[in-house]
Ligand binder design. Sequence first.
Ligand code: ZN
Length: 493
Amino acid sequence: LGEVSDLQKALQLLNWDQSTMMPPGGARVRGAQFATLARVIHERFASDETGRLIDAAAAETASLPDDSNNASLVRVTRIDWDKARRVPVELRAEMAAAEAEGYVTWLSAKAANDVGAFRPVLERHLELKRRYIGCFPEAAEPWDALFDDFERGMTAAEVRVAFDRLKEGLRPLVKAIAANPEAVSDAVLRQQFPVEAQDRCARALVTPWGFSSEQWRLDPTHHPFASSLSPTDVRLTTRYNQSELGTGLRATMHEMGHGLYEAGVDPDLVRTPLCRGCSLALHESQSRLWENLVGASRPFWTHAGPILREHFPEQLGKVDDDTLHRAMNRMEPSLIRVEADEVTYSLHIIVRFELEQEIFNGGLTAADIPEAWNAKMREYLGIEVPEPAQGYMQDVHWATGGFGYFPTYALGNILSAQIWERLLGDVPTLPDQIAGGEFAPLREWLRQHLHRHGRKFTPKETIRLVTGTELDPEPYLRYLTQKVTELYGAPAS
Ligand code: ZN
């Protein structure tokens, strides 16, 4: 397992390099390098030999408590191994090829708003996904087999309950912000901010959170992500926009939240399949917690305001903390998911989740998607989609076969607020600590209650461990209702 982990980290490093450092000339051979490593990893891990080793290890660890590192390692590895063997090698190869082709076609189809060129990409993915789902006949609903790759053991039925409640709770909030678009201005963030100064400022914000140049890197990229080669080698990426400051700061704080999760895993789990975050939703709960619950909170701006004024004396020297806090929290129903605010973001996800349900559990075809998308955007966000590039074609996920993935983002929002309520119960002075620039107690609480477990437990077990309860959208709705009321006025009931 150590060797498989090393090979996976080599693959991750090639990926990080491609997104940050690689000269364009590297692209020609990089695809082959990815494919070779992925094949070697699969052959090593899914082998009969690994199966024999798991059996032998299970016998040796049978008397250990379930939550011990070694018993967990055997339990989780057996599930991974079984899953890796269920899907025929040929199907995996076809899916990988369709991902690469889908990406290239999507780039040109999106640029040209060419629905006809993109439709065969979707049709091909849907056909492959149905074959993939066929490898897991025990799934209660077809879509569950796709979702299980990201949130093991969770189902569409559970997500539907949470999302239906979220949708109902968000509607009056969307109305409140749409009715009062001038209440909050972000004009102070829309000036010229040299990228080098933005980089220094972003580092100054996340350094007290735990960023250190001994164990971390921060590099610019097009689509920010976080990656780690070990808990003491964490790679963050971010994106700066010369004429707008908020995007870069938010992206850096978001990825820092992902990085802290990876950095907090028990060092005893290094070079095992358990040495990473539990699931995508739990990972996203950490990025959203640091980006929003901390980074967009009023106490944080008592600490961060002086840092911004110091880095941008000309642009922000006379701007007070309140104005900066409000500017970071401007909300407005909009077309593009990655630019959406906290209130409308989850509705973008619900649109995608409901369409995926209709595709895999109902009769929606690739040809029906554009019109179905536009109808939902109109109903949930009250906006008209002017062109496919700003509609169903905006994200890369479906173009590369990423079905079953989107809900993890909104589940992360829900979980971030559940964890926050628990945190405030344990550490009532947290807001004062944040205002004073003191983040170690927060980081250590998260490490103790969540990060150190890595991937030892299932998402549902991990949610119970860290929140003391089940998935519950109410804390997130309470948090957003309070925020909208303060900034935009009370929503009509
Ligand atoms: Zn994220």
